[in-house]
Design a protein around this ligand. Sequence first.
Ligand code: AP5
Ligand code: MG
Length: 187
Amino acid sequence: MRIVLLGAPGSGKGTQAKLLVKAFGIPHISTGDLLRNAIAQKTSLGLEAKAIMDAGELVSDDIVLGMLKQRMQEDDARKGFILDGFPRNLPQAEMLENLLKELDQPLQFAVLIEVDEEEVVNRIAIRAREENRSDDTEAVVRNRIHVYREQTAPVAQFYQDKGLLSEVSGQGDIEAVHQRILALMRF
Ligand code: AP5
Ligand code: MG
C-alpha cells in the first residue's frame, strides 16, 4: 500500500499514520520527524532547518527531498509506505511523482484529513502542554496553518486531477477517523 496523508497541522496525520502502520505493516515516513531527528542529532541539515521550522515556514525542497529519498530507499519501504508531511507544495508533489516513477512504485491513495481550524488550534494547544515541540506556540501554529493554505492545499487538487484523492473528516475520535480511512481503502 502506498499512501500520502494530507491535512493541516494538527489534523491527525501522524496519529492516523501510526494506526495504518499497525493495519498494513508498512513504514510511516514523516518528513517532520526526519527533520526533528536531524535537529536532535545536530547535523548540519538539522541546524539549517531548525530556525525555519521554529518560524513555521517550509524547509527548502532540496533538503527535504534528500532526506526523503534516502528513507524511501531503505528496505522496509519496498512493501509500501505512509507518507506524512510530504509533499508540502506543488514542486514537491512533482518530485515525488518522479521519484516513485524511478522506484516503479506509483502512489495508490492520497487521503486529505479535514479538520476545522479551531479544532486544530485546540489540539495543538493540548499537545504543547504534553510534549515539547518548539513550533507548537499559538503564533507559530497560526503561521503553519497559513503556509498550509497557501502552499499545501493546492497539492490536494494535484491528486484530485490524477483521480487519487479521497477526503475524510478528521473530526471525532481517533478510532472513528481510522475506520473512515480504512473504509476508503476497501474500495
Ligand atoms: P510536521 O511535523 O509535518 O507538522 P505539521 O504538518 O504541522 O503537523 P503536526 O505534526 O503538527 O500534526 P499532525 O497532522 O501530524 O497531527 P497529530 O497526529 O500530531 O512539520 C513540522 C515542520 O517541519 C513544518 O512546519 C516545516 O517547517 C517542516 N517540514 C516538514 N515536512 C516538510 C516538507 N515536506 N517540506 C518542507 N518543510 C517541511 O495530531 C495533533 C494532536 O492532536 C496530537 O496531540 C494528537 O494526539 C491529537 N489528535 C489527533 N487526532 C485527534 C482526534 N481525532 N481527536 C482529538 N485529538 C486528536
Ligand atoms: Mg505530525
